[in-house]
Design a protein around this ligand. Structure first.
Ligand code: SRM
Ligand code: SF4
Length: 534
């Protein structure tokens, strides 16, 4: 235990209820809860422990729960998508789904009485929602074009799956890692463009070559050749919270792919056994690193790993601008393409999901992928089928060529379903982008991210323009407003943006955004463009 952590007396209230009964224990009680109904359930089970199986009580819509899945590397099959569609379909207008900023999907409208049947359906097709909320490791992100991209350095799919299997006991639930001091995010980048936002994860693996000097293979102990060896530099401690936002820092360690799972286990064990369980605002991994210093933290990880870590490679391989994958792209497999569809603010309804499953089967191989920009990729579309695929009616709404602001729009859930929200986000974000695109022309995409509160699920700090919900005052009235962030850089040389203007009422936002877009991103008023061009 650390100095600040943690005697039973100063455990925070979350730690106390976890100590009384482990979150995963609810897995065995689903039938009982279903029979009881949400109103009669123990409140701590309902509001908190159910999150250990991915079921979130929504105070905004009591009785209509959200389910957060796990989608390792953001990949699912058309069969799995159809099951997810069936689940939300039964709730009619109240059923929907959202692709999340962690390459994942959440289902809405879920009734507790249906959970036994839903879990059976998930099980039958290899889906799991286990350990996706509260003090667990979130969905593990990997390169969205892993295995497709001719320029990739490493296909992240297998490693991401192995880490998930280790953490969740192949989706059944793993009490070894179900009581962390706080949430924990892991990402593996496999390409040159950092498509996972490595820097905002508690633990991330970034491609890097080590010069071969003869004694690398940690796991095998084998001598290597002199040629550079592929592996990952490790970065740690990245996180956003209402209290503090911090990019990950280098651990000064490099691992070969064969040691990535063991390193995840070691880091998580160190965090689990030493992270603060007193103050929940200071429980994320970076606080422990601050307290110990990086050297001690690294040494503790090595202790758990049972061997020394090699120093980081002098440079990593992230040297591209970040791609958004929207549009049609050739795969490394000759004659095949992957097609990125823009899903406005990630929102899907049952009929969309059935249709996406059908398109993936008819035109691709049945595989569907999610991106951290809340969009979808359908891989393995043969050249010969491309034209007819692109003429499908669904692509009028889920475009391969959206407007340059629409294209990069990201939004968290906001007030429609989230009780932390200070503002409505998704609908407002769409309306604002539409209005701005009506008035302005653009030469390149501008990444606008909306987030409904300082928890920053919509990652405003990585955006060109980030909008964080707040309450603000105008003419003696309290209004929904935003703090504006700028300067977020993704891909190569990624760094976080910062707040430049505070407390703008949403009703006054459009001209301010217009001004920022013109002054900083080369946007032009359509009227002006007409005059210049005439
Ligand atoms: Fe988040 C809590 C939604 C990505 C930081 N987040 C929540 C809750 C569960 C709060 C709640 O119970 O209502 C939100 C559920 C609302 C709902 O009904 O959908 C919620 N977070 C989301 C999602 C769905 C936003 C989205 O629209 O995509 C994302 C789900 C990811 C997933 O699939 O697991 C989501 N959340 C993030 C990210 C972004 C990321 O991981 O890249 C962050 C910032 C990065 C980080 O965690 O370091 C993030 N969420 C938070 C926090 C602040 C954590 C902290 O240390 O203080 C909270 C609040 C908390 O944990 O106490 C939170
Ligand atoms: Fe909810 Fe706030 Fe996260 Fe948006 S940023 S989903 S409002 S907790």
């Amino acid at each position: 235990m650390t100095d600040t952590a943690t005697t039973t007396a100063n455990l925070n209230k979350f730690e106390k209820f976890k100590a009384e009964k482990d979150g995963l224990a609810v897995k065995a009680e689903i039938e009982k809860f279903a029979a009881l109904g949400w109103e009669a359930m123990d409140e701590t089970d309902r509001d908190h422990r159910l999150k250990w199986v991915g079921v979130f009580f929504r105070p905004v819509t009591p009785g209509k729960f959200m389910m957060r899945m796990r989608m390792p590397n953001g990949i699912l099959t058309s069969t799995q998508m159809r099951v997810l569609a069936q689940v939300v379909q039964r709730y009619g207008d109240e059923g929907s789904a959202d692709i999340t900023t962690r390459q994942n999907i959440q289902l809405r409208g879920i009734r507790i009485g249906d959970l036994p049947d839903i879990f059976d359906r998930f099980h039958a097709v290899g889906l799991t929602s286990v350990q996706s909320g509260m003090d667990n490791v979130r969905n593990i992100t990997g390169d969205p074009v892993a295995g497709l991209d001719a320029d990739e350095l490493y296909d992240t799919r297998e490693l991401v799956q192995q880490i998930q299997d280790m953490l969740t006991n192949k989706g059944e639930g793993n009490p070894e890692f179900s009581n962390l001091p706080r949430k924990f995010n892991i990402a593996i980048a496999g390409g040159r463009d950092n498509s996972v936002h490595a820097e905002i994860n508690d633990l991330a693996f970034v491609p890097a070559f080590k010069e071969g000097t003869g004694d690398w293979g940690l796991a095998t102990g084998e001598k290597s050749s002199q040629s550079p060896i592929f592996g990952f530099n490790i970065i740690v401690g990245g996180f956003f919270s209402a209290k503090r936002c911090q990019a990950a820092i280098p651990l000064n360690a490099w691992v070969g792919p064969e040691d990535v799972v063991a390193v995840c286990r070691a880091v998580l064990e160190v965090f689990r056994d030493n992270g603060s369980r007193a103050n929940r605002q200071k429980s994320r991994l970076m606080w422990l690193i601050d307290e110990w210093g990086l050297e001690k933290f690294r040494a503790e990880v090595e202790n758990r790993l049972g061997k020394s870590l090699l120093p980081a490679a002098p440079k990593d391989e992230i040297d591209w601008e970040k791609r958004d994958h929207i549009g049609v792209y050739k795969q490394k497999q000759p004659g095949l393409n992957y097609v990125g569809l823009h899903i406005p603010v990630g929102r899907l309804y049952a009929e969309d999901m059935f249709e996406i499953a059908r398109l993936a089967e008819v035109y691709g191989s049945g595989e569907i992928r999610f991106t951290v920009e809340q969009n979808i990729i359908i891989p393995n579309v043969a050249e010969s089928k491309l034209a007819i695929f692109l003429a499908e009616p669904l692509l009028e709404r889920f475009s391969i060529n959206p407007g340059l602001l629409t294209r990069s729009l990201v939004s968290c859930t906001g007030a429609q379903f989230c009780n932390f929200a200070l503002i409505e986000t998704k609908n407002r974000a769409l309306a604002m982008i539409k209005a701005l695109e009506e008035d302005l022309t653009f030469t390149h995409p501008v990444r606008i991210h909306w987030t409904g509160c300082p928890n920053s699920c919509g990652q405003p700090q990585v955006a060109d323009i980030g909008l964080m919900g707040t309450k603000t005052r105008k003419n003696g009235k309290t209004l929904e407003g935003v703090d504006i962030y700028m300067g977020g850089k993704v891909g190569k040389d990624a760094h976080l943006g910062s707040c430049i203007i505070k407390g703008i009422p949403c009703e006054d936002l459009q001209p301010i955004l217009q001004d920022l877009l013109i002054k900083n991103f080369g946007a032009k008023l359509k009227q002006e463009a007409l005059v210049v061009g005439s």
